[in-house]
Design a protein around this ligand. Structure first.
Ligand code: ATP
Ligand code: MG
Length: 435
């Protein structure tokens, strides 16, 4: 087979056989977000490029190298979202949501686009689950978003993940630190990579984030940001730690975390997993809303990479339960029986269970095989004699046990009785296994 084209480099298809994993995780994320008082926001996949230049920052790798930017036919510069915060902040401001009072708590699922080299856990189109809080300066807010992210990992049964936190200060104390970094890295200028050499003047803090082995080795002895932050930032950081302690969420202070986006102030954090690296990154961005033209609005949030989360679950052997694909498979033999089968199938579906019948013209034998393939829990064959007697045999495909059920009005109550009994048996077996 010769196709005219394949998917774009760095993009992945999520196929029907795998999508249940995404849906399972997304359901948990939705539930957790709701239990922390967040509501979903959906914003466009593209924005005016200016938004990202101003928010993500035009000295960052994302804006300088990774953004998918193009001119529209009308001559506007548009970029595909490289992250989710900027769009959420813009929408919050544009629609005056702040008029409803603070805090505004929003969560989102979004595709993100970054022109990066494809690698393990690194794609050009990837997906994030994110949470943002606008209008909350209290350290409780910092702890709350970290607890919310952590609650997703806990619900999924993740064992091996570390929360690393740091404070990168505020516009008051940052210049002092930046000056110290400039002085330190200038002494190592020749050894730095080309990118970091240019970072040295424009944004030396970015050097701490460089993934080149030489730069990260040099960065090990760089001045520690926590020695430079002002009293207010220091107090805030101490209070965040107390809140995390009160919530029982363990963490490690990691002074080299600076995060790849310009808008962060004070608290920054990452959830890091072995072999994967950062699965979730976030922090406080008290200056962002003002930067976009709004009032001063202390805010914070995180982005969690869905693909990396899935890789982490795989590495930690965490099974995601496959949903039942078919509760009942009904086979009709003969024209009249086929119509009866079809009406029963529709009835079961309307009762929110899953049912299937033949739509491709398979023989009886092939249908039985197919019912096995789709892991049907029950099957039933309706032929002439079943139509005549008004009863058919409901077969439990796992245990092989058979029950006679009415094909009349009481079919549904009899079928559901068999279904519930099967559920109970499974539960009791599970309990037996636990005991
Ligand atoms: P990294 O340092 O790995 O490049 P980052 O600091 O650029 O990550 P963020 O901008 O903080 O990442 O994005 C938040 C999360 O989104 C990351 O922790 C990761 O899980 C995910 N992510 C970021 N870039 C990619 C990518 N290219 N492919 C897949 N997931 C990504
Ligand atoms: Mg990156």
């Amino acid at each position: 087979m010769k196709l005219i084209t394949n998917r774009v480099y760095g993009a992945e298809d999520i196929l029907p056989a795998d999508v249940y994993r995404w849906q399972f995780i997304e359901d948990i994320m939705r539930k957790q977000a709701q239990s922390y008082g967040f509501r979903e926001i959906r914003t466009p996949v593209f924005e005016h490029t200016e938004l990202f230049n101003r928010s993500v920052g035009d000295t960052t790798d994302i804006v300088q190298k990774e953004m998918y930017t193009f001119d529209t036919k009308g001559g506007d510069s548009i970029s595909l979202k490289p992250e989710g915060t900027a769009g959420a902040a813009r929408a919050m401001l544009e629609h005056g949501i702040y008029n409803d009072g603070y805090p505004i708590k929003a969560y989102y699922f979004t595709a993100c686009y970054r022109y990066e080299k494809k690698n393990y856990g690194r794609q050009r189109e990837f997906h994030q689950f994110g949470m943002e809080v606008f209008g909350a300066a209290s350290p409780f807010a910092d702890a709350e978003v970290m607890c919310a992210a952590n609650s997703v990992f806990q619900r999924l049964g993740v064992r091996d993940i570390t929360l690393e936190i740091n404070s990168i200060g505020c516009p008051e104390c940052r210049p002092k630190y930046t000056a110290a970094l400039k002085e330190y890295f200038s002494a190592h200028e020749e050894d730095l990579c080309d990118t970091c050499r240019s970072r040295l003047q424009r944004n030396p803090m970015r050097i701490l984030d460089c993934k080149s082995p030489v730069c990260s080795e040099i960065a090990k002895n760089a001045p520690n940001v926590l020695d430079y932050i002002c009293d207010d930032c220091s107090r805030h950081f101490e209070e965040v730690k107390s809140c995390l302690d009160a919530a029982g969420l363990g963490y490690k202070v990691e002074p080299t975390i600076v995060r790849g986006l310009d808008y962060y102030t004070r608290t920054v954090f990452e959830f890091v997993a072995p072999d994967i690296g950062t699965v979730c990154g976030g922090g406080r961005y008290d200056g962002l809303v003002e930067e976009l033209g709004g009032q001063h609005t202390p805010s914070l949030g995180f982005g969690m990479g869905m693909e990396r989360l899935l890789l982490m679950l795989k590495n930690q052997n965490i099974e995601i339960p496959e949903p039942p694909s078919c509760d009942l498979y009904v086979i009709g033999l003969g024209d009249k029986a086929k119509l009866k089968a079809f009406s029963i199938i529709e009835g079961v579906r309307n009762a929110s269970l899953t049912a299937e019948g033949d739509i491709v013209g398979r023989t009886l034998k092939a249908q039985m095989k197919y019912a096995n393939k789709v892991k049907a829990r029950f099957s039933m064959v309706i032929g002439d004699s079943e139509l005549e007697n008004g009863r058919a045999i409901l077969k439990n495909m796992e245990t092989g046990s058979q029950t006679s059920v009415s094909l009349g009005d009481s079919f549904f109550s009899e079928f559901f009785a068999a279904y519930v009994e099967d559920d109970n048996t499974k539960l009791l077996t599970q309990l037996d296994n636990i005991n």
